[in-house]
Design a protein. Structure first.
Length: 142
């Protein structure tokens, strides 16, 4: 009985330490993103800025496309991914001074906001949606 109890406690401690470590890792990443940079604003502040400034440029079709593009992201991380992608799209739109955020701007911002390790999955997702990404091939290599 005491051997089973000891093994159970050891397994439980291992699971608990693993889960706490994973949570700590994500909390550290969030903390580092909230730290101010040289300009006095953090990454999260800039995200909020670009989203707020580009909000009038979004169309209903653009919002639906963004929602569709982030659908493969696990539900737990989907809101964070959507905000960071929308901020990148907004930054791109503001830099180019476009009147409306078009599908072209959305696709370019989506590719630029996606980490390189996910580009293979991104390409297959775009193919599944019937979106031709060949004009944006140069963005995958940069």
């Amino acid at each position: 009985m005491s051997m089973i109890f000891g093994v159970g406690i050891t397994v439980w401690m291992t699971i608990l330490i693993t889960l706490i470590s994973i949570g700590g890792f994500f909390m550290l990443r969030k903390f580092l993103k909230s730290m101010p940079k040289e300009d006095g604003k953090s990454e999260l502040d800039w995200q909020d800025y670009y989203i707020e400034k580009s909000l009038p440029l979004w169309t209903e079709e653009g919002r639906e496309l963004l929602e569709e593009l982030v659908s493969p992201v696990p539900a737990m991380f989907r809101d964070v991914a959507k905000r960071s992608i929308a901020a990148k799209i907004g930054k791109l739109a503001l830099e180019e001074r476009v009147e409306l955020i078009t599908i072209d701007v959305i696709i370019r911002g989506y590719i630029m906001a996606t980490p390189k390790r996910d580009h293979k999955m991104l390409k297959s997702h775009l193919e599944n949606r019937g979106i031709d990404y060949t004009p944006y091939q140069h963005l995958f290599s940069s």
